[in-house]
Design a protein around this ligand. Sequence first.
Ligand code: PEP
Ligand code: MN
Length: 343
Amino acid sequence: MLIVMKHDASAEDVAGVVHVIEEMGYTAHAVASSNRTAIGITGNQTAIDSSRFAYLSGVAETIRVTKPYKLTTLDFHPEKTIVRVGEETNAPTIGGEELAIIAGPCAVESHAQAFAIAAVVKRSGARFFRAGAYKPRTSPYAFQGMGEEGLRILAEVREAFDLKIVTEAMNEVQVDLVERYGDMIQIGARNMQNFPLLRRAGRSHLPVLLKRGMAATFDELLSSAEYILAEGNQNLVLCERGIRTFTQHTRNTLDLAVVPALRRISHLPIIVDPSHGTGKSYMVAALARAGVAVGADGLMIEVHDHPDHALSDGSQSLTVPDYERAITEVRLIHEALMPVAVA
Ligand code: PEP
Ligand code: MN
């Protein structure tokens, strides 16, 4: 259930409603927007009797939520969420006016490799560096990532280049480590429904990037997002990275239609990953341009100084010149759309 307060409801009115929710044994999530406060209720397994709230001071209306998610919706939070990555005043944001570019290799492979690519990413004006230290690989014999040593290299990249580090955690212990060395926790497609991991990320002080599962529906993606918000972490960004279909000309089918579909329902920022979304480097720039045109808040792009020698995802990694050209192009599209701000 969602309780919408009157626009002139006082802080005491809100506290009164929260008190009743807690007395019933549930959790209250109050969110104030410019013209009203909404209070979401979680923790109930069955429908809540709205008459308990209808006559409390300051309550405008109660809305029964029939979807499996509520905190992710615009009903609950009518203003778009802007996720700030870092505490400082000029920290980069995702979901605001700037186009967030999260770029880097699939995996950290060495100090030299990470630093060479980070220099390129920095020069492009991107403010986020991506690279996995823990890699979810289909084969157990494939390169699994450098582990904590890789995270230490990422922390050095952060210091040397003033880039925010976005890196994957595949389990709860790895979240502890990413919290120590990184700036944003990536939850990968294969773990979109790893519920203990979602809950752990929901209790983190770091923002979270949640990638859509490769066979996840729209409702499943938002339900997974709900796990994170319900634990208290509001700094969440969704990522469309392609879903598995019958086509064979791409690794995945990048579902760009999910961007406006999510926008319509949710306040969460959405980014597009044309690298995993196509699996083919020659398609990445085209789909990156399309992602910006369709209204994404940012892009995740894999770039490598020697894609032919990459230990993972070389075939979808852009070369340095191709990456630089792609960034120029997507910025032009973003700037062209700025005056009309794609909704
Ligand atoms: C990645 O970002 O390198 C990755 C493994 O992505 P996904 O979880 O989308 O496959
Ligand atoms: Mn990858």
